[in-house]
Design a protein around this ligand. Structure first.
Ligand SMILES: *Cc1c(COP(=O)(O)O)cnc(C)c1O
Length: 369
């Protein structure tokens, strides 16, 4: 790989293939794989990874919003796409782009049926979302009759799946709660299968659900974070490969004498002679201010260089005292060797937030091993 010459997020498609195959290996052969690629593929490169995932055998895609589904269609993805959180305002666009909505309440189900009827649809595929304890989106267990009545009253739509979402699949302390969610989901599905006389696919597992609840894979699983290389705990992190490496370069080197300050609000004051490097990456790129003032750091020529002072919009300054480096040298912010989970923890957050927060200003580059 050529060295970085500006700030880039490298996306390794071989690492993606490794992660896909690892997660796939946890599934029975007839279980479908839904690749969750919302938020630009968790901040990677959604078109690049979606095409690779098709090649790898992903059966389905999921995005959060309609616009994300349209972007996938425009990138040439023909596989079915579930829109997890559509707004009724977009229902015509959903149908025009052959996207499949998650319908989670009486209101949105009615609105979608109305739109599908107006557009003369027959058995348009929809996915019914049930709330089993996350209390975010979904019909409650008590509302199965509402679902049955609305679905049987029209031929314009047909349920292709029933699904729910786990609140704490990565958390062993919440095992009882998770098992309760799975149990409730199964109960709802059995009841509706009887009432409707047909059997939509069932799915409830996200990445940690796949790993921790092998008996709950049902007909399909929805994996996001695992594809990007994060297992939500150390043993699984070790099995996966982070697909993204955030790189930047050294723009300029300064030497501060004892007592001199660095950056905005003079948040860092040198207690001794300190060599610093200025890097072209800041909070507008997704390295937020919480990482400043020594909390997180980067790797330069194999050595750890903590961020000094406040993170600026377009720059950070790091401590390179004792590190052999020069202007133009490559800097690793996070990647396969410097794990994003560890970086995120230093800012009191999780890999999900760090990687999805790398802004669109940062150029994405697809690579292979
Ligand atoms: C984001 C999301 C997923 C993917 O979860 P991961 O933990 O990233 O695997 C699955 N299902 C729903 C409903 C989601 O919103």
């Amino acid at each position: 790989m050529p060295k970085a010459r500006e700030t880039v997020l490298e996306i390794n498609l071989d690492a993606l293939a490794h992660n896909y195959n690892y997660i796939r290996s946890k599934l029975d052969e007839d279980v479908k794989f839904m690749a969750v690629v919302k938020a630009f593929g968790y901040g990677s490169d959604v078109a690049g990874i979606a095409h690779k995932l098709v090649e790898l055998g992903a059966d389905y895609f999921a995005v959060a919003y309609t616009s994300e589904g349209i972007a996938l269609r425009e990138a040439g993805i023909e596989a079915p796409i579930l829109v997890l959180h559509p707004q009724s305002f977009n229902f015509e666009a959903i149908i025009e782009n052959c996207l499949e909505p998650s319908l989670y309440s009486k209101f949105v189900l009615e609105e979608f049926v109305k739109t599908a009827e107006e557009k003369n649809q027959k058995e348009y595929p929809v996915h019914i979302k049930f709330n089993t304890g996350l209390n975010r989106l979904g019909f409650s267990e008590k509302e199965t009759d509402v679902v049955k009545d609305l679905l049987t009253a029209t031929t314009a739509v047909k349920a292709k799946s029933f699904f729910s979402h786990l609140a704490a699949s990565e958390d062993w302390k919440e095992r009882e709660f998770t098992l309760m969610q799975i149990h409730t989901f199964r109960k709802i599905a059995v009841k509706l299968y009887d009432d409707l006389g047909y059997s939509p696919m069932l799915h409830i597992c996200n990445t940690s659900g796949i790993i921790n609840y092998p008996k709950a894979h049902f007909d399909m699983v929805r994996s996001g974070i695992g594809l990007y290389g994060f297992g939500n705990d150390e043993p699984n992190d070790e099995k996966l490969r982070p697909i993204g490496t955030l790189k930047t370069i050294v723009s300029q080197i300064h030497v501060l004498e004892k007592g001199q300050s660095l950056g905005y609000n003079r948040a860092f004051i040198a207690e001794k002679r300190t060599k610093t490097a200025t890097l072209p990456i800041g909070h507008a790129d997704g390295i937020n201010r919480q990482y400043g003032n020594g909390r997180a750091g980067v790797t330069i020529n194999g050595s750890y260089a903590p961020i000094l002072g406040n993170v600026c919009m377009d720059m950070v300054m790091v401590d390179i005292t004792g590190i052999d480096c020069k202007e133009g040298d490559e800097v690793i912010v996070f990647g396969e060797t410097q794990h994003a989970t560890a970086f995120a923890e230093k800012g009191n957050t999780i890999s999900y937030e760090l990687i999805t927060g790398i802004s669109q200003r940062v150029k994405r580059v697809l690579i292979t091993d």
